[in-house]
Design a protein around this ligand. Structure first.
Ligand SMILES: [Zn+2]
Ligand SMILES: [Zn+2]
Length: 218
């Protein structure tokens, strides 16, 4: 049984997520974008030991604190897909533009591919490559607990922006309908920003990707 806690970080309130096994209090962290003091406090208050850093994609608000946290806790950095290399290499410039402090680029210890599995503290996630918002965006799906960390692919009532370099709206729609929907209606997802939801709820009500909006009413 997986436990997780969302910690909104940075001025963009990005949903950094700490997950752990309650038996061992060991786990991992998805998208530590910034505000390391908030993350450190949560870990120490709950006595959680991290084993890995997982990254959904290379945007500043998701990975801005990866380098510092990895060095501080000697953690391996897993993901995203290599097609987001240009975003990660551009982190210092993006940080300057948005006024983020202490942001460094980094080299992941492992790039991820569609179909990979990532394990931390006995919790295994399926990796699904979902390009569109960024070309190297991946999501992490935990089938036993039926929960997915989806970054900026989809939100409650919305979908990721595609007006960045190498963004592709049609590709994003395809990722959502061909890669996420098959995981099941009852999957709870943690988006990169805002409240959690389920794929089923979005298929009913999301104005961008509901079955009705896409014209396949069932
Ligand atoms: Zn993003
Ligand atoms: Zn974001």
């Amino acid at each position: 049984m997986l436990r997780y806690q969302i910690i909104p970080v940075t001025p963009l309130q990005q949903n950094c997520t700490v997950f752990w096994s309650p038996e061992t209090n060991r786990g991992g962290i998805v998208d530590p974008g910034g505000d390391l003091s908030l993350i450190r406090n949560f870990l120490s208050e709950n006595d959680i030991t991290l084993e890995k850093i997982l990254c959904t994609h290379g945007h500043l608000d998701h990975v801005g604190a990866v380098s510092e946290l990895a060095r501080e806790l000697s953690l391996p950095v897993i993901g995203p897909h290599k097609d987001d290399l240009f975003w990660i290499e551009g982190l210092p410039e993006a940080a300057e533009m948005y006024g983020f402090q202490n942001v460094e680029t980094f080299v992941p210890d492992q790039w991820l591919e569609d179909g990979d599995k990532v394990e931390a503290a006995g919790v295994t996630f399926d990796v699904v490559h979902c390009p569109g918002h960024t070309p190297g965006h991946v999501i992490f799906y935990q089938p036993d607990d039926n929960v997915a960390m989806v970054g900026d692919v989809i939100f409650q009532g919305s979908i990721g922006r595609t007006d960045f370099p190498k963004g592709d709206h049609q590709q994003l729609i395809t990722s959502i309908t061909q890669k996420l929907w098959p995981l099941g209606q009852d999957v709870t997802f943690v988006p990169g920003h805002g409240p959690t939801s389920t794929f089923g709820e979005e298929r009913r009500s999301n104005p961008f990707v509901s079955d009705m909006a896409l014209g396949h009413v069932s």
